[in-house]
Design a protein around this ligand. Structure first.
Ligand SMILES: [Fe+2]
Ligand SMILES: [Fe+2]
Length: 313
């Protein structure tokens, strides 16, 4: 993947520095022009820890100036996310309260739109946006694994083993999505559609990296995972039905039907065995589990609102 197009003064300065390797002037980097400018910059800085960019030298992954910019952006982003949070349930009876918290959350549903009304063009746009996450599906959770106790670590590994295809590269969830993209005539190269990713998609992806890459936020990462899995099975069924209605290829439909069953299991594992065990060991992390869960639900709402509004216009 090559570095994306800039979206303002900050991304222009940082992406330029990444390409040239000249980062010394970044201590006086300009402020971001817009939230999109800031989020694109943060996305590119995080991406250095995943697959990186062909036009950026590998040494820059830990360049102190770039890490400094990343630190400033992520502090601001974390403040914004925390300010959006509602009150969280009491800590007793965690799993039931958590499932209720997710079930009571009533946001706009893209899957319902795809199921009944979306046009083929709208679904193709949605799939292009989803590539930003699905082509590195589950990777953000992998960052957390060394930060956990043996008991929680084993449970996360059970879930991740599934996401990574149970040892078969053809069954990796990211690979299932690649096959669906190819058969649908979409570009399956990693990061191919980053230049059209809207703010809300950048925020969703950056929240996952923020939680995954900061040890102190490990509970938020696992809470994000739990809410994500707990809101996947039903919507995946509706996505599959909508794709079928529109005549998408079988492989694209299969990516979603795979998640109907897998995530019905994953939600139990993530809520009870992963977050439940984490909180038995470290009860002080209770609110952070909800911080991650809320962020997952809220950022998906924001993305859905944006797209539904755009398509209605
Ligand atoms: Fe998956
Ligand atoms: Fe899953």
């Amino acid at each position: 993947m090559l570095t994306p197009e800039s979206r303002g003064s900050l991304s222009e300065a940082v992406l330029g520095a990444m390409r040239s390797g000249e980062t010394s002037h970044l201590a006086e980097a300009p402020p971001s022009d817009t939230a999109e400018d800031a989020q694109l910059t943060l996305w590119a800085l995080y991406e250095q820890h995943y697959r990186g960019f062909e036009d950026v030298a590998g040494e820059l992954e830990w360049d102190p100036q770039l890490i400094g910019v990343r630190r400033g952006l992520e502090q601001e982003f974390e403040r914004t996310l925390r300010a959006r949070m509602p009150e969280v349930p009491e800590p007793d009876g965690f799993a039931e309260k958590f499932f209720d918290f997710v079930a009571d959350h009533d946001g706009p549903s893209l899957a319902a739109h795809v199921h009944r009304k979306a046009t083929e063009e709208q679904v193709r746009e949605l799939l292009r946006h989803r590539t930003i996450y699905h082509l590195k599906e589950a990777d953000h959770t992998t960052w957390v694994i060394p930060r956990l106790s043996d008991r929680v670590k084993a449970a996360v590994m059970e879930l991740q083993f599934d996401e990574y295809g149970g040892g078969d590269p053809n069954l990796l969830h990211a690979h299932l999505f690649i096959r669906g993209l190819q058969d649908s005539g979409l570009n399956s190269e990693y990061g191919a559609y980053i230049n059209e990713a809207p703010l809300e998609v950048l925020e969703e992806n950056n929240a996952m990296s923020l939680f995954g890459l900061n040890r102190r936020l490990r509970a938020a990462s696992l809470g994000f995972l739990a809410a994500f899995e707990a809101t996947s099975s039903g919507p995946s069924r509706r996505m599959a039905q909508g794709l079928k209605r529109l005549g998408f290829p079988e492989s694209m439909i299969e990516y979603y039907t795979e998640h109907v069953e897998a995530d019905a299991v994953h939600e139990q594992l993530a809520v009870r065995t992963i977050c439940g065990a984490l909180l038995e060991e470290e009860p002080d992390l209770h609110d952070d589990v909800y911080f991650g869960a809320w962020t997952s639900l809220d950022l998906e709402d924001r993305y859905a609102e944006r797209m539904l509004k755009q398509w209605a216009a």
